[in-house]
Design a binder for this molecule. Sequence first.
Ligand SMILES: [Zn+2]
Length: 133
Amino acid sequence: MLDTLVQQIKAKVGNAPKALIDFREISQDVLKQFGKNGVTGFITKNGKNMPLKWYAETLTRTHITKAANDAIISNAIKSGKTKVQVSSHAGACHLCIPYQGKIYDVLGRDNLDTPPLMPIYPNCRHLLIPLGE
Ligand SMILES: [Zn+2]
């Protein structure tokens, strides 16, 4: 069922700019799908009970961010302007801090690394920023 939901999120997001994506509407749809499929909650590996609304929002946010980053990489390759920068924000976790603000080349040219696959973990909000060069 999760694979189907992820496909539905991807279909709704398409190639729309992140600012035009209705996060609330998509996460509400995901929540409804959980209800229709009789899903009442999620339990983590260590036994923690995760609220369904929180999980629906996490799934939605993570896949919107992934779709946005995938679109930026795809557009960079098409345009030939392949340099990108990882966004920066306060309170970033230890997994993302090493990447914040760094410049990458989606094709690994000019002695730059290719960008990390972002989001690195669920709810990661880091985006790739096209540099137009
Ligand atoms: Zn992050």
